[in-house]
Design a protein around this ligand. Structure first.
Ligand SMILES: Nc1nc2c(ncn2[C@@H]2O[C@H](COP(=O)(O)OP(=O)(O)OP(=O)(O)O)[C@@H](O)[C@H]2O)c(=O)[nH]1
Ligand SMILES: [Mg+2]
Length: 274
């Protein structure tokens, strides 16, 4: 091992969005295992690196078993990170398993939001619940009452995109959580944060800010088809202990995969083809 190689690896890790702290930690780990000036095959080093990263990301609970009826999923995130699209994908996923799914138009902020969700409901075959109300909590309340009465399987709640600087919108998330609990005390069973894999280190800040106002169970890492980096999920897991459950790999309904640590880490190390 040489200092040059360590430096090169460090740069690669940082440029993959894994974050400076964690990159340094990984380099320290390499130092411990590969003494300087001792000859080592690069292949061995890369294999070690991969297994280090896989070890950090593996063993996360990504089971998609539904233990509740209805199973309530709340989807939150910054504007344009892929909430509504990911909801369409999740709806399709559950419907293909024969589940009865409703989508709740909790984005009452953006004019075209209901229409967009309606397109996904038609594509996937999920029912849509919406209401011309200013307050998303009211739509959520009605939808959950109905889902409970009709014994539906899955309720997926869309929300407006928001930034931490929009205090009223951040407070609204806490309110939605409270309203959900009023109808179904142990819900939401999953609060999913969408993180756009192409936004780099900013994703870590987003995860931090959303976690500050509401518990986040896991990430839906979107747009992984648009980047060779995507290491931000490792940084988020490292700092905030939030696992990734799904990845988005395109704009179509079946461009969704359950997160797999090994495949994810392999992809980080793939050399771009052009
Ligand atoms: N390539 C790619 N594009 C995606 C993916 N997921 C979402 N998109 C695209 O990202 C854009 C934004 O997606 P939306 O689902 O509207 O995002 P949103 O978070 O609901 O946006 P707001 O409701 O405005 O906050 C759309 O053009 C989607 O097609 C993905 O996995 N891969
Ligand atoms: Mg949306």
């Amino acid at each position: 091992m040489t200092e040059e190689i360590l430096e090169e690896i460090e740069e690669t890790l940082i440029s993959a969005d894994i974050g400076v702290d964690l990159s340094l930690e990984i380099i320290e780990n390499l130092r411990k295992n590969f003494p300087l000036n001792q000859v080592v095959e690069m292949e061995t080093v890369v294999a070690f690196l991969k297994s280090d990263l896989i070890g950090r990301m593996a063993g996360q609970d990504t089971s998609t078993e539904l233990e509740h009826k209805p199973h309530v999923i709340l989807v939150i995130g910054v504007n344009g990170t892929g909430k509504t699209t990911s909801i369409g994908k999740l709806a399709n996923h559950y419907i293909s398993q024969g589940k009865k799914v409703i989508l709740v138009a909790g984005d009452t902020f953006r004019a075209a939001a209901i229409e967009q969700l309606s397109v996904w409901s038609q594509r996937s075959g999920a029912e849509l619940v919406h209401k011309d109300a200013q307050d998303p909590s009211a739509v959520v309340y009605d939808a959950l009452q109905s889902a409970k009465q009709r014994s539906l399987d899955v309720v997926i709640i869309d929300t407006a995109g928001r930034l931490h600087t929009q205090k009223n919108l951040m407070d609204e998330l806490a309110k939605i959580q409270r309203v959900v609990k009023k109808v179904i005390p142990d819900a939401p069973h999953e609060t999913v944060l969408t993180i756009d894999a192409t936004t780099g280190q900013n994703g870590l800040i987003q995860a931090q800010q959303f976690s500050d106002v509401t518990p986040v169970d896991h990430l839906f890492l979107t747009k992984l088809d648009g980047t060779a980096k995507g290491g931000i999920a490792i940084a988020i897991h490292h700092k905030l202990d939030i696992p990734v459950k799904y990845i988005g790999i395109g704009e179509q309904m079946d461009d969704i995969q359950a997160f797999e640590a090994e495949a994810y880490v392999e992809a980080l190390f793939e050399v771009p083809q052009n």
